[in-house]
Design a protein around this ligand. Structure first.
Ligand SMILES: C[S@@+](CC[C@H](N)C(=O)[O-])C[C@H]1O[C@@H](n2cnc3c(N)ncnc32)[C@H](O)[C@@H]1O
Length: 206
């Protein structure tokens, strides 16, 4: 018990002192994760006015907030999470487990036949450590996200996905390179250094 409360105190201290948390409060974003997408977007110009995109694992909603602010009236944001998400203007949201066929079908119906310019996936299972089970669950979500990108991206479209470096990483890179003309890795500053998360960006869906 002692160790656990020490750990959570440390977490709380780091969280409160974290400048990204403070910025998020000031800028009206629901999570510090907003700055990961903003930094990647500054560099790679994925989201522009008119972009039609899907945000997988969207709750609490900071990536959808960032995207909705940029795409404007001519674009569209479709979002999905297993958890509820408070509404965001101009974001169409479905709550459900992305691993379930019915949920996928409901989300695809929401797209109404539109092909996407961009798929962003920040999905990650609820984990405490990085056990092999956690890794397998996480990898399964990234695989499903890639499958979704393959099925719904326009030729030329892009795919940004959070992955945890593990044994399957190289195979995943290979699958990404088969689908996209260019694949790069991104580790934005707002991604805590000790985290093994990294973002892969596929550009130019073949
Ligand atoms: C790091 S958070 C996303 C934060 C989000 N990008 C933001 O900026 O607010 C990861 C999300 O993945 C979601 N998730 C995990 N497993 C999922 C699943 N099977 N289906 C859908 N969403 C899932 C979690 O509920 C969680 O909200």
């Amino acid at each position: 018990m002692m160790a656990r409360s020490k750990t959570s105190n440390a977490w709380l201290k780091e969280h409160v002192n974290d400048s990204y948390v403070q910025m998020a409060q000031k800028d009206g974003y629901r999570a510090r994760a907003a700055y990961k997408l903003l930094e990647i977007n500054d560099k790679d110009k994925l989201i522009r006015p008119g972009t039609v995109l899907a945000d997988l694992g969207s709750a609490p909603g900071s990536w959808s907030q960032v995207a909705a602010r940029i795409v404007g009236d001519s674009g569209k944001v479709f979002a999905l999470d297993i958890l509820p998400m408070d509404p965001i203007a101009d974001v169409a949201f479905i709550q459900g487990d992305f691993r379930e066929q019915e949920v996928l079908e409901e989300f695809v119906a929401l797209l109404g036949g539109r092909e996407l310019d961009l798929v962003i996936s920040d999905m990650a299972p609820n984990i405490s450590g990085m056990s092999s089970i956690d890794q397998a669950r996480s990898f399964h979500l990234t695989e499903l996200a890639l499958e979704f990108a393959r099925d719904h991206l326009k030729p030329g479209g892009s795919f940004l996905v959070k992955v945890f470096q593990g044994s399957e990483f190289q195979d995943y890179m290979k699958a990404m390179r088969e689908l996209f003309t260019e694949v790069v890795t991104r580790k934005p500053k707002a991604s805590r250094d000790r985290s093994s998360e990294i973002y892969l960006l596929g550009k130019g869906r073949r």
